[in-house]
Design a protein around this ligand. Structure first.
Ligand code: CDP
Length: 214
């Protein structure tokens, strides 16, 4: 029986929609680990901490109480909308490249799964680093243009598709070239991962493809 599902892939590939669908189908909870990195970046920006100051950010991340569920809270403050801002998009990859921040959040992510014994987790390094023993690993991708169009429609924050596309491309570059737990290319994913390119496919089609692997 599939109890632990890992979904990885680049920005805007549709991981959250897929994770929701898989979690609902299996009757499991889901954890969006990107929201945790975003929460740390949001806190640094809100408190004037330089995201390039690795020590200060690491120390801060270790003290924060981050809860990710229907809502995202940091030390009790609801930051669900705030963590999706363009400013956070701009700062999050630097925070995510910080090995000490990753160590703190990965430990929390593993604890989340251990407490439940089952669940769906999405991010960049879930099948490779956080949960290498997951029952099902999915690597979800899509063409950059399509990912940017989807993200621009979802955000509606005044940014053009071209601006969103350049942010996604910049983050993909930073996320895949960092030295700790980088986002891997589809051709380099773990042998046991199912690679799905969602370009031109509806959310339902992608979900059905994944459910066939269960
Ligand atoms: O939703 P989107 O695809 O834009 O990204 P996200 O999943 O919210 O993640 C935001 C950022 O957090 C990514 O660009 C990565 O820098 C980082 N991240 C990571 O390094 N490892 C994870 N497991 C999840 C996110």
């Amino acid at each position: 029986m599939t109890k632990i599902v890992a979904i990885d892939g680049p920005a805007g590939a549709g991981k959250s929609t897929l994770a929701q669908g898989v979690a609902a189908h299996l009757g499991l909870e889901r954890l969006d680990t990107g929201a945790m990195y975003r929460a740390v970046a949001w806190y640094a920006l809100a408190h004037g901490i330089d995201v390039g100051d690795a020590e200060a950010v690491a120390e801060m991340a270790g003290r924060l109480r981050i809860e990710v569920g229907e809502r995202v809270t940091v030390d009790g403050d609801d930051v669900t909308a705030a963590i999706r801002s363009a400013a956070v998009d701009g700062a999050v990859s630097a925070v995510a490249a910080n090995p000490a921040v990753r160590a703190t959040l990965v430990e929390q992510q593993r604890r989340w799964m251990k407490e439940r014994g089952a669940g769906v987790m999405e991010g960049r390094d879930i099948g490779t680093v956080v949960l290498p023993d997951a029952d099902l690993k999915v690597y979800l991708t899509a063409g950059t243009g399509e990912r940017a169009r989807r993200r621009a429609t979802e955000r509606r924050d005044g940014r053009s598709t071209a601006e969103v596309e350049s942010d996604l491309a910049r983050r993909d570059r930073l996320d895949s070239t960092r030295s700790h737990s980088p986002l891997v290319r589809p051709q380099d994913v773990a042998d046991d991962a199912v690679v799905i390119d969602s370009t031109g496919k509806s959310a339902d089609e992608v979900l059905e493809e994944v459910l066939r692997c269960l």
